[in-house]
Design a protein around this ligand. Structure first.
Ligand code: UDP
Ligand code: MG
Length: 210
């Protein structure tokens, strides 16, 4: 297989089969318009069996899809790290698998990366989550930033593109409890942004409780 130009890494926890199928279809359409050499790394973070079956089926029917499976739920950041370890592309896109990060934004991320930005994050223009979710997420990141010296920009999620240089640097960080966006920022490369709206959940429910 030709080396991928763009790898997409998405952590998956108990998402529905229809969501994952739509994710792969939309990625193939959007990223396929940029390059024929793509790799979609779906990391099952200890989901219930139907979700793993859906991932395994996608990997069986789409040669571009790589399926990884954790033995239990380790959390989305562990899943992202494992995905980056297996991503071999010149560029690595990290995104949620529930379609709240819209695949159609990837061309903007890619264009900005091609212009010489090693790290590009999506800045969320609006967050259609419930008020309680927004409040708990605000408080979480407020405390995190106090404890960990401003590692997080609250308008950023995980949706981003990093160059191969940054992906390798990220992999070389020995911390086991890595927080993707925080660790990427900590590496020290300039961080560029593109603005995009954050989508609605396609199906299923957010995995995070209070
Ligand atoms: N996720 C994961 N492990 C978990 C919880 C979530 O891999 O323990 C994945 C989930 O499938 C989704 C992403 O991480 O792709 C973000 O999770 P969610 O949509 O629940 O969070 P939110 O949209 O509220 O940030
Ligand atoms: Mg979500």
């Amino acid at each position: 297989m030709t080396k991928p130009h763009i790898s997409i890494v998405a952590p998956v926890y108990n998402e529905e089969a229809a969501t994952l199928t739509a994710l792969v279809e939309r990625l193939k359409a959007v990223v396929g318009a940029i390059t024929p050499h793509m790799q979609i790394v779906l990391v099952d973070d200890g989901s219930r069996l139907p979700t793993w079956n859906a991932i395994a089926e996608l990997a069986r029917t789409h040669p571009d899809v790589v399926a990884l499976r954790f033995a239990r739920n380790f959390g989305q950041h562990a899943a992202i790290s494992a995905g980056i370890d297996h991503a071999t592309g010149d560029y690595v896109v990290v995104m949620d698998s529930d379609l709240q990060d819209r695949p159609e934004v990837i061309p903007q991320l890619y264009e900005k990366a091609r212009a010489g930005n090693d790290i590009v994050f999506v800045k969320r223009l609006q967050r259609p989550d419930a008020l309680s979710t927004r409040v708990s997420s605000y408080l979480f990141f407020k405390v995190l930033n106090i404890l960990a010296e401003d590692v997080h920009d609250g308008t950023h999620g995980n949706f981003s593109i990093i160059s191969r240089v940054v992906a390798d640097a990220f992999r070389s960080v020995p911390d086991r409890d890595r927080f993707y966006a925080g660790t990427v920022r900590w590496l020290g490369f300039p961080v560029a942004e593109v603005e995009a709206e954050h989508g609605e959940r396609f199906g299923g429910r957010p995995a995070y409780g209070l």
